[in-house]
Write a protein that binds this ligand. Structure first.
Ligand SMILES: Nc1nc2c(c(=O)[nH]1)N[C@H]1C(S)=C(S)[C@@H](COP(=O)(O)O)O[C@H]1N2
Ligand SMILES: [Mo]
Length: 197
C-alpha cells in the first residue's frame, strides 16, 4: 500500500511547486563529497542523547520495525524539485517512541557515514512524513541516494534529509549541522523560501 503524501504542501503554501523551484524528471545526486562505502552487514543505526532507551539497531532490526511506503515530493535548495518519489521506511515517530524521547529534548541532529550532519527542531521531525527510508520506487535505496538508509523530509529542503544516516541525536539545545553552519537555514521551509539564515 502506498500512502500519497503529495498533498502535504496544502499545510504550507498554495502551490505544490514551492516558489523559485523548477520541476525535474530525473533524480539528481547531490552530495558534499563522494558516496561513502557502507556495508549494510557492518552498519548500525544509533539513537542517542536525550532519550530513555538509547537504540543500536542493525539494518535487519531496523527493517523489522513497522514500515510504510509514501509518495512524496522532494525539494532541493539549489532549485530543483522532483515530484512523486516513492520511499519505503520507518517513520521518525516510531523511532522516537522506541527510544523514549526525554521531555526536555527540543532539537535533533542527524549523523551520517560521510561526516555530514543536519539539524531540525524536534517538532519538525515528529511527523509521519519524516522517514528513515531504505526503499525507493519499490527497490532498495540506491547507494548514491543514501542507501542503505537515508532520511527524507518532504516538508523541508532536502538537505535536511541525511543520506547514509548512522545516528540520530536528541538535543536539549539547538545545534547547527553541516550546511546550517555554512549559512543555510535551520528551518528550511520551501514554501517560505527559507534557504539561508
Ligand atoms: N550524508 C549526506 N546527506 C545528504 C547530503 C550529503 O552531502 N551527505 N546532501 C544533502 C543535499 S544538499 C541534498 S539536496 C540531498 C540530495 O539527495 P539526493 O542525492 O538523493 O538527490 O541529500 C542531502 N543529504
Ligand atoms: Mo541540496
Amino acid at each position: 500500500m502506498v500512502t500519497d503524501r503529495t498533498d502535504l504542501y496544502t499545510e504550507f503554501g498554495d502551490s505544490r511547486l514551492p516558489p523559485g523551484q523548477q520541476q525535474t524528471d530525473g533524480f539528481p545526486v547531490l552530495s558534499k563529497g563522494g558516496t561513502p562505502a557502507v556495508d549494510p552487514a557492518e552498519w548500525s543505526f544509533e539513537v542517542f542523547g536525550a532519550v530513555d532507551d538509547p537504540l543500536a539497531l542493525s539494518f535487519e532490526e531496523l527493517q523489522e520495525l513497522p514500515g510504510e511506503t509514501q509518495k512524496q515530493d522532494f525539494h532541493c535548495v539549489t532549485g530543483w524539485s522532483k515530484f512523486d518519489c516513492q520511499f519505503t521506511g520507518v517513520s521518525f515517530p516510531i523511532i522516537a517512541e522506541r527510544a523514549g524521547v526525554d521531555s526536555d529534548a527540543v532539537h535533533v541532529m542527524f549523523h551520517s557515514a560521510d561526516g555530514y550532519t543536519t539539524d531540525l527542531p524536534l517538532e519538525d521531525c515528529l511527523r509521519e512524513e519524516v522517514l528513515f527510508a531504505y526503499g525507493y520506487d519499490g527497490d532498495d535505496l540506491p547507494a548514491d541516494h543514501g542507501g542503505p538508509l537515508r532520511v527524507v523530509t518532504p516538508h523541508k529542503y532536502a538537505y535536511k534529509g541525511a543520506k547514509w544516516v548512522t545516528g540520530v541525536e536528541l538535543l536539549t539545545e539547538p545545534e547547527r549541522g553541516y550546511w546550517e553552519q555554512r549559512g543555510y537555514s535551520s528551518t528550511a521551509d520551501p514554501w517560505n523560501e527559507e534557504r539561508y539564515g
